[in-house]
Design a protein around this ligand. Structure first.
Ligand code: C5P
Length: 205
């Protein structure tokens, strides 16, 4: 069984995808980390994230980079959203994601284009969303707990900028697949959101 979980930044898709993977005993891939790894290599090697050729050169990163905590920072996320708009970066990362999706037994993948591009034939597709204000509140609380002094307004502005870039790019933009089930987590606790996600998967498989 392949489960595709898409949605914007801080919508809860990562938490839901991990919970689904545990529930069904499937391996999970957070595909955002792949774009974050490319962004990290581009920045560390002094290259330019707006130059497609620089970003393609950074696509053969080693798997150990995926464990680097810096990948989880907001700066990595913002740069990831710049590098991910290049069509050649997306095609360089496509095979790796498809291979993960097609392993025997299945998999759960979360990202922006899993249900539309990476696994259009997935057995279940969810599109997780929440209002920008709620997503910014969640991300701000997380960052504050980790010791960051960034303001809520800054986090909200970054979320809006990332939404705009991810939705307006011409290759694999952030859109809900026609056959995906929407799940709005704005007013839901994590526990209830996960319960609803399982019910939506059960209804589709
Ligand atoms: O999900 P996460 O916030 O880690 O993703 C970081 C960035 O990587 C996103 O803003 C998006 O631009 C890009 N991304 C993508 N396609 C995916 C996953 C992430 O374009 N499947």
């Amino acid at each position: 069984m392949i489960i595709a979980v898409d949605g914007p930044a801080a919508s809860g898709k990562g938490t839901i995808a991990r919970a689904l993977a545990r529930h069904y005993g499937l391996p999970h891939l957070d595909t955002g980390l792949l774009y974050r790894a490319v962004a990290t290599r581009v920045l560390r090697d002094g290259m330019d994230p707006t130059r497609e050729a620089d970003c393609v050169a950074a696509c053969d990163f080693s798997d150990t980079l995926l464990d680097d905590p810096w990948l989880r920072t907001d700066e990595a996320g913002q740069t990831a959203s710049i590098v991910s708009a290049h069509p050649l970066v997306r095609s360089a990362l496509l095979r790796r994601q498809r291979k993960f999706a097609q392993q025997p037994g299945g998999a759960v993948l979360d990202g922006r284009d899993i249900g539309t591009v990476i696994a259009p034939d997935a057995d279940a597709k969810l599109f997780v969303k929440a209002t920008p204000a709620i997503r910014a509140r969640r991300r701000h609380t997380e960052l504050a707990k980790a010791g960051s002094s960034v303001t809520y307004d800054r986090v909200l502005a970054d979320i809006r900028a990332r939404d705009e870039r991810d939705s307006s790019r011409s290759t694999a933009p952030l859109v809900m697949a026609a056959d995906a089930a929407p799940l709005d987590t704005s007013t839901l606790s994590i526990e209830v959101a996960v319960e609803r996600a399982i019910a939506l998967v059960e209804a589709q498989r």
